[in-house]
Design a protein around this ligand. Structure first.
Ligand SMILES: [Fe+2]
Length: 169
């Protein structure tokens, strides 16, 4: 569909955001399954539940606007996740692999954050107040996910990954 005004672009962004969340619902169980550090595994599991909730709320926004939920597939997220799957297979030590998982998870989270930020801005400019409120809430949730990931990386995963590297040299 060609886009002629900001509302059209907003709709496409919403549909892309929806596809991002749907892809993550498929990917997070795989990441949780290979994560060796318990806090990281639990973080992926919690985030999966959150992501399911975000997908549901985006579906609601899309339904209210009478859009096709599957019209747009976000190809950038597809590429990020393809790369994440490849990275999982490249690291032999399962504990060291967790450091790579964090790298992949961080890419997805920051990309999502950018998409939410854009949608919040568009909804505000278009004076779609209910949309803006809901999207702002999801944006805050995204930011919290990044902080939680940072914490698990710094406290549980990176120090051990670094020690593993020293041992294998
Ligand atoms: Fe999300």
């Amino acid at each position: 569909m060609l886009m002629d005004d900001l509302r059209d672009i907003y709709h496409a962004e919403l549909q892309e955001l929806r596809s991002i969340e749907a892809m993550l619902v498929g990917m997070l169980p795989k990441m949780a399954a290979v994560a060796k550090h318990r806090p990281l595994r639990e973080l992926f599991e919690t985030h999966l539940e959150e992501t399911r909730g975000q997908l549901k709320r985006l579906d609601h926004l899309i339904a209210v606007r009478r859009l096709d939920a599957t019209e747009h597939v976000d190809q950038t997220m597809q590429a990020i996740l393809r790369e994440a799957e490849r990275a999982i297979g490249l690291v032999r030590d399962p504990y060291l692999r967790d450091a790579g998982l964090i790298s992949s998870a961080r890419r997805t989270e920051y990309y999502e954050l950018a998409a939410y930020h854009t949608c919040v801005d568009f909804a505000r400019v278009l004076e779609l107040h209910d949309d803006a409120r809901l999207l702002q809430e999801l944006l805050r949730q995204q930011a919290r996910s990044i902080s939680n990931l940072d914490l698990v990386a710094e406290v549980a995963v990176y120090p051990e990954a670094n020690a593993l590297e020293v041992i294998t040299i």
